[in-house]
Design a protein around this ligand. Structure first.
Ligand code: BG6
Ligand code: MG
Length: 224
């Protein structure tokens, strides 16, 4: 039987509705570079680092730039993104997300944020939800971007639990891939057609109960 001890949450698109602001900011950068960036292409940017997102964006637009120009553009995108982020209020916490994290803690699970974002601490403070997490593993603390499992394995290490005792909540394909490579239960937040490899996909944390989580963990053991 698989015993869950910890729940690891991606931030953008799982806890807060920042995914739309990333998209708006990248689309503006694309327009300035002379091409259109569509929402379907945006799926590839979810979960990966800012620098890697820029590489993908430029690949989509067929644009080649030198390293300095790329650094400049990444900074510009972040400044645009932060204009939206700094105006965020707790209303932009995704429906049911804070309640679900609180229920996990009440059930005795340890909790962590596992994100590629370097703005995570700012966002958690702005939304006043930082105390809900025992560990915040962000883009400043990891060297390899999802689908590498590093961010999740670091969370397990800092929470002093085994990877197999962790459930991951992710809205990105790259994040689901990373969770599975880490040997964790992978819960997709979003569309089953996109998050095909996840152990379970729900539209949002408001559709999931902590009891169901325990059931899924047992079910995964039976399947594997
Ligand atoms: C991830 C997002 O959470 O953070 C990515 O899904 C984003 O789209 C990455 O590129 C890095 O975020 P930031 O805030 O450091 O630019
Ligand atoms: Mg995400």
């Amino acid at each position: 039987m698989r015993t869950l001890k910890a729940c690891l949450f991606d931030l953008d698109g799982v806890i807060v509705d920042t995914a739309k602001y990333h998209f708006i900011a990248w689309r503006q950068i694309a327009r300035e570079q002379g091409f259109d960036f569509r929402e379907t292409d945006n799926e590839r940017l979810k979960g990966v680092s800012r620098q890697r997102s820029l590489e993908i964006l430029l690949e989509v637009g067929g644009v080649t730039l030198d390293a300095d120009a790329k650094l400049c553009l990444a900074e510009k995108k972040n400044a645009l993104y932060l204009q939206y982020v700094m105006k965020m209020t707790p209303e932009e916490i995704l429906p049911g997300a804070a309640e679900f994290v609180k229920a996990c803690r009440a059930a005795g699970y340890r909790t962590a944020i596992a994100t590629a974002s370097r703005n995570a601490v700012t966002i958690l403070d702005l939304l006043r939800i930082a105390p809900l997490f025992d560990v915040v593993m962000d883009g400043n603390k990891v060297s390899r971007t999802k689908p590498d499992p590093e961010v999740f394995l670091n969370c397990a290490r800092d929470l002093r639990v085994a990877p197999v005792e962790c459930a991951v909540f992710e809205d990105a394909e790259a994040g689901i891939e990373a969770a599975l490579t880490a040997g964790m239960l992978a819960i997709g937040i979003g569309e089953p057609t996109i998050l095909k490899k996840a152990d379970l996909v729900v539209p949002g944390l408001s559709s999931l109960s902590v009891d169901q989580l325990g059931f899924e963990a047992n079910n995964k053991t039976v399947r594997s």
